[in-house]
Design a binder for this molecule. Sequence first.
Ligand SMILES: Nc1ncnc2c1ncn2[C@@H]1O[C@H](COP(=O)(O)OP(=O)(O)OP(=O)(O)O)[C@@H](O)[C@H]1O
Ligand SMILES: [Mg+2]
Length: 457
Amino acid sequence: MEVRTPPQQTVPRKQLDELTILYQFSNTMLSTIRLNKLTHLILTALTSRTTGIFERAMLFLRNEKSGMLQGMLGITRDTAEGLKVVGGDDALSSRWDMDDDAIVHQRESAFSKHVRSTRIEAGADCTIMRRVVREHRLYALGEDGCQVCESCDFIQRLGITAFAVAPLVARDKALGIIVVDNPVSNKLIGRDDLHFLQLIANQAGMAVENSMLYNRIEEAHSNLRDARERLVHGERLAAIGEMAANLAHELKNPLVTIGGFAGRLVKGLASDSREHQYADTIVKEIGRLERMLADILGFSRKPTICYSNCDVGDILEDCFASCATTLEDHGVTLARSFEDGPWPTLGDAYQLKQVFLNIMLNACEAMSDGGSLHVSLRKVSLDKKCILVSIRDSGGGIPADMLPRIFTPFFTTKPHGTGLGLAIVNRILQNHGGSIEARNEGSGAVFTVILQQAETP
Ligand SMILES: Nc1ncnc2c1ncn2[C@@H]1O[C@H](COP(=O)(O)OP(=O)(O)OP(=O)(O)O)[C@@H](O)[C@H]1O
Ligand SMILES: [Mg+2]
C-alpha cells in the first residue's frame, strides 16, 4: 500500500521572525517587573533595527483622577539600542534585557524629554480618547493627520502626521497608550504592522499593570518597615524613660536628706565663714537637682488634667508676676499686646502656666545680656475658634539644624539643662488639643501657641 506523506507546509520567513520576536517579547514581559525598565523594553522592541518595525514609539500613561495622558518615554530608531538577548539559545526560552546605561541614554535623549513634557488633555471629541482609551480599540490615521482639534499639544509638539495608537489595557481598564509613526521614511503603517502593534500592546498592558501593582506592594512594604522602626524606636524611648523615672525616684530621698543636713549646716555656721559658703553651694545645687528630678518624674507620670474655665490673659499675667525677678536679673524688658479679650479656654490653669513659664524662662536664658520679650495675645479663626499666644525674644534665635529637635525629650544645649522644658510644653499642649510652633524671626526666636477657645457663657 502506498503511504502518502502530507505536503510540507512552510511558514513564510517574515512570519517566523515575527513569531520569534513575539515569543521573546512575551518572555521579557513575564520576567521584567520594574516599570521603568519595562517601558524601555516595550518601546525599544517596537523601534529597534533588529526587532522593530516603526521609526518612533511613544508611551503615555493615564492619570486616573484627571483622565489626562502624560508622556512618559519616547524612543526613535536611533536611540533604540542596547537590546540584548539573554536566558537561552532558542526563541522559546530567551528574552531581552537592557543595561542601565542604555536606559539612561534613552531617557536623556532630546526626543524622550520632549515626550515627557507633553500631555494629551483631550476633550470629549478627541478620537484617541474616545476610540482608544474608552473603547480600547486600535486607531490609525493617514498622512492628512488628525484634524479634530488644531491646537492639540500632542500633534503639534511631536510633529506627528500619520500615526497609529494602541491602548494599553489591563483588567478592562486603559492604563495608557502607545503611539507609533514613521516620520523619516514616511512609510505607510500597513495592516500587518497594526496587527504586530496590537499583539505587543496586549501583552505590554498586563505587564505594565503587574509592574504598577508590584510598585504599590513595594511602597506599602517600605511604609510598613518605617512604621515598625518607629515603633521599635518608641519602645526603646519608653524603656529609657521608665529607667530614668525609676532612677529619679531612687535619688530623690537621699537628696532630700543631704539637702536637709546641708541646710542645717548653713544655719549653724558663721555667715562669713568659708564652710558656710560651701554648705550654701551644696543647698543650691541640691535644690537644682531636686527640680530636675521633679521634671523627669513629672514627664514620665501619666498626665492628669484638671479642666476648668480659665482665661489665657490671666494665666499670662500670673506668669509675668512669677518671672518678674528673672526678667529683671537678665535685663529683659517685657512688652505685651493683648487684643480683644477675654480669652477663655477650657484647661488646666496650673499646667498652662507651666507652658508659658517654660517658654519665657528659655527666652530669658537666651538673652543673658539683656534684650526684649514681646508677648502677644489674640483670638483667631482657624478650622475652629482659637486663641493665639506668640512669645518673641531677641536672644539670637535657634540654629536651623536644631529647630526640628527642640521638642524632643532631653535635647538641650545648656550645661545645666535637662532638655525637658519644651518636651513638657509640647505634651501639655497636645493633651489640651492645642499646638506649638517655633521659628526664627528678626533677632530671636518666636514660639506660637494655639489653644482652643471655649464658648463664653
Ligand atoms: N528662646 C530660645 N532661644 C534660643 N534657643 C532656645 C529657645 N528656647 C529653647 N531653645 C533651645 O531649645 C533647647 C531645648 O529647650 P528646653 O526648654 O526643652 O530645654 P532646656 O531649656 O535646655 O532645659 P530645661 O528647660 O529642661 O532646663 C534649649 O537647650 C535651647 O537650645
Ligand atoms: Mg528650658
